[in-house]
Design a protein around this ligand. Sequence first.
Ligand code: NAD
Ligand code: UDP
Length: 332
Amino acid sequence: MNILVTGGMGFIGSHTVVELLENNDEVIIIDNLINSKIDVLDKIEKITGKKPAFYQINLCDKDLVEKVFSNHQIDVVIHFAGLKAVGESVEKPLLYYQNNLISTLNLLEVMKNHNCKKLVFSSSATVYGSPKFLPIKEDFPLSTTNPYGSTKLFIEHMLKDLYTSDPEWSIAILRYFNPIGAHPSYLIGENPNGIPNNLMPYIVKVAIKQLDHLNIFGNDYQTKDGTGVRDYIHVVDLAKGHLKAVQKVMTTNKIDCYNLGTGNGYSVLEMVETFEQVNNIEVPYQIVARRSGDIAQCYADPTYAKQELGFECEKTLEDMVKDSYQYIINNK
Ligand code: NAD
Ligand code: UDP
């Protein structure tokens, strides 16, 4: 199959491209490298022995997207591209609406023009807002607390309206929980510039002494030890989930949403302890005030994804913390 992967140079996208190439799919990547680096392409080739077609273009430029579809007969699109920093989205909401919504609208219009109506979309557990019950099921009410989350929710609405207007579309909306870890080659992974926003990249930078200590945002939540609980999923498991979703959209004509998580919730303190034990390194921390907008607990009910996609996670929490650390050690 010819699979267009937007945002294929990014963290989750690059791992998915590796899995697709290893599955013998033809991959075409569109990425403007706003949050990724060109050397990822060589690393993908080192891992798989194959080099995907790559277009360094902004999806907000519709004419350029159109050209890619003219150059390739695309069977299905996996749409990762987007800006994803919650804090930045609060400061620069227009940038987020502009980038995430215009790029998706352009993509959908061009897909429609070329009669390519199969799509896998990267959504997020953030669309569940602050869930009333746990674990989170796909039919829970949706809401958001920041512009980034709103872009995901708006796109979900757009996709549902599109499907209603034309049921020839087939769309899988994947709601990711908290992806961490890295490819076991340690050639690709997550290494954000500057001070990380997310827990695991921050822990790793403390471990390699680029940062002094971890700030734990609150220990007075209604959780097992007072710190926030999340569902961490290994990025390689997550990447494999996309192959299952591609199979689904190729064999059905429907729109559906799937949680991609493990179903296990771990607290911040449990993450720190596991990281220290597995990697045999200390992570100094301080408890500080809650981070605004944070929720106490968020973890998936993975039953529907298992039933509908045959998706199940294989990697353990130990694999996740080991691979996150090893990737940085190998790419400092
Ligand atoms: P990432 O930033 O590493 O990758 C996104 C890629 O998209 C980057 O390479 C970036 O350069 C590219 N991009 C952004 N805007 C573009 C545009 N207008 N045109 C072309 N390329 C563009 O992010 P990621 O962690 O790999 O996330 C992938 C997707 O999954 C995103 O849509 C994100 O919102 C979603 N998601 C991520 C997480 C997470 O914690 N990492 C959780 C839930 C959902
Ligand atoms: N967290 C923390 N210190 C940090 C970053 C995150 O204590 O420097 C906590 C955060 O409050 C949450 C958990 O770690 O309980 C996961 O946060 P992350 O930003 O990685 O994911 P999200 O909150 O988006 O699920």
